[in-house]
Design a protein around this ligand. Structure first.
Ligand code: TYD
Ligand code: MG
Length: 457
């Protein structure tokens, strides 16, 4: 069978097409198919040149010794170590993704400097900046005196040859995966084939030597830049660095972790001297709160093992339009529609003539259904013009029947609220015993309609 010489690869999802099309069948994205060579892509070359090598099987129980000495390399930057689950794991690959300019290089420069000071061999390979530029950033961050080894390289084979000198690095940072290219693939740098082949070569290096590697990947909202998505399933861990324009804080979110929990976040603040750890995010998110305005409710949320308090703001205003507007920032818009429907159907509150805007303060993003109760409280408060008590927190899931359902970690949420000076809570029944001063002033509605009645007085 004759092989076709060209193929088209979707730069968003990596699927291979034999013919060009405007839209990728696999992921539905438009204008993402790019022509790439078919040399077989990765590890290409005549099949006959490689002879089979005999492997070795080991008994699981004989490995117990190895596991103890497969340690993590903790950076000492608490929020970063929290997100990685205790530090970088030797012999593993971690992808750090995020929008351009969000602070990935800054974070990794700081981590590299901290680790190098501990005596680890850290190599920082940049394909985007010259060594002088990296040094300039390090100076700004106050870490220029740290013995991190810098290299400005983009070819995988050159990088491997460079680091082969001296002892094996403990951590190798590759900034960014989009700039890497390998002789093994013949597509242009930045294409899916190159990104995948380069990542594979570097991951193979990590597994065979026991060095930890970090791959930096730029992601754009349009998904136009190839890379991170196709690398995600090849690496052991994926962290996303997020933040909103106009806000100084950044969140490092664990999306995948073969060696630890996946629901942790690290919180940082970008300052003129680099990223600063924020060990109590609630204080940050509640920072600029005005307590007397209607439409604001404080949600007691959880991020992994850590409680986070954040203000939810609603604005319900009469609409001049036939079809009123619904706009949400920081929460799920279909979840908002559901809460509005439940308020209409079970509590007799009509929003059909009103525009509804919902905002999570500070540009923070909530994914928990436990925010339902706080959202409902904020909506009712805004519609009625009655401010909620300033020292009250809300959490609980609302079902389509209008019932308020218990959520996990009620005690931790309450404890955090109490620590930050809140004196009362609205939470689902069945949340367990409420300890301390909050017990007498808390309200446990069985149904949403009970809360509505309480707010409306
Ligand atoms: P950078 O780490 O280069 O982003 P990325 O590698 O994700 O593309 O960060 C760039 C931004 O961070 C830039 O807008 C400037 C800002 N910044 C500071 O505010 N303070 C600092 O100390 C540094 C080094 C950068
Ligand atoms: Mg960068």
């Amino acid at each position: 069978m004759a092989k076709s010489r060209v193929q088209f690869i979707c730069q968003n999802c990596g699927s291979v097409h034999t013919r060009w099309a405007g839209k990728c069948d696999a992921c539905g994205e438009w204008n993402t198919l790019i022509e790439e060579g078919t040399s077989g892509g990765i590890g290409a070359g005549p099949a006959s040149t490689r002879s089979a090598r005999k492997g070795r099987a080991v008994v699981l129980t004989s490995l117990s010794g190895d596991i103890e000495d497969a340690p993590r390399i903790a950076s000492g930057i608490g929020e970063l170590d929290r997100a990685t689950g205790g530090g970088f794991v030797r012999g593993s690959a971690l992808l750090v993704g995020g929008d351009p300019g969000i602070g990935k290089s800054t974070l990794l420069t700081q981590a590299a400097a901290a680790l190098a000071r501990q005596g680890h061999r850290i190599v920082y390979v940049s394909g985007e900046e010259a060594v002088a530029q990296i040094r300039l950033r390090a100076q700004r961050l106050g870490v220029a005196d740290s013995p991190v080894e810098l290299a400005a390289e983009t070819n995988v084979e050159d990088i491997l040859a460079t680091i082969a000198e001296g002892r094996r690095p403990d951590l190798l940072i590759l900034d960014s995966i989009q700039t890497l290219w390998t002789d093994m693939a013949d597509s242009a740098p930045g294409t899916v084939t190159q990104v995948r082949a380069s990542a594979q070569a570097m991951i193979r290096y990590a597994k065979s030597t026991g060095a930890a590697i970090v791959l930096v990947g730029h992601v754009t909202k349009e998904g136009q830049i190839a890379g991170p998505r196709v690398v995600e399933h090849m690496v052991d861990g994926v962290l996303y660095f997020e933040g909103e324009g106009g806000h100084h804080y950044r969140i490092l979110r664990t999306v995948k972790n073969r060696f630890g929990p996946t629901d942790e976040i690290g919180v940082f603040e970008m300052s003129d001297k680099g990223l600063r750890e924020v060990s109590n995010p609630s204080e940050l998110f509640l920072g600029e709160r005005s307590t007397k305005a209607p439409g604001a409710a404080v949600f007691a949320g959880m991020e992994g093992t850590r409680p986070v308090l954040v203000e939810i703001q609603a604005l319900v205003a009469p609409s001049p339009l036939g079809t009123p507007r619904r706009a949400v920032v920081g929460w799920d818009s279909s979840r908002l529609s559901m809460i509005l429907a439940v308020l209409e159907a079970h509590c007799g509150i009509r929003f059909a003539q009103h525009d509804v805007y919902l905002n999570v303060a500070g540009g923070y993003r909530i994914s928990e259904p436990a925010a339902d109760l706080a959202v409902a409280a904020a909506l009712v408060s805004s519609l009625t013009g009655l401010a909620l008590p300033a020292d009250c927190v809300y959490f609980g899931e609302i079902s389509l029947s209008g019932a308020v359902r218990p959520v996990a970690h009620a005690q931790q949420r309450l404890k955090e609220a109490e620590k930050l000076g809140f004196g009362q809570a609205v939470l689902p029944t069945g949340s367990g015993e409420i300890a301390g001063a909050m017990a007498s002033r808390s309200f446990l509605p069985g149904a949403l309609v009970d809360l509505v009645a309480k707010i409306a007085g």
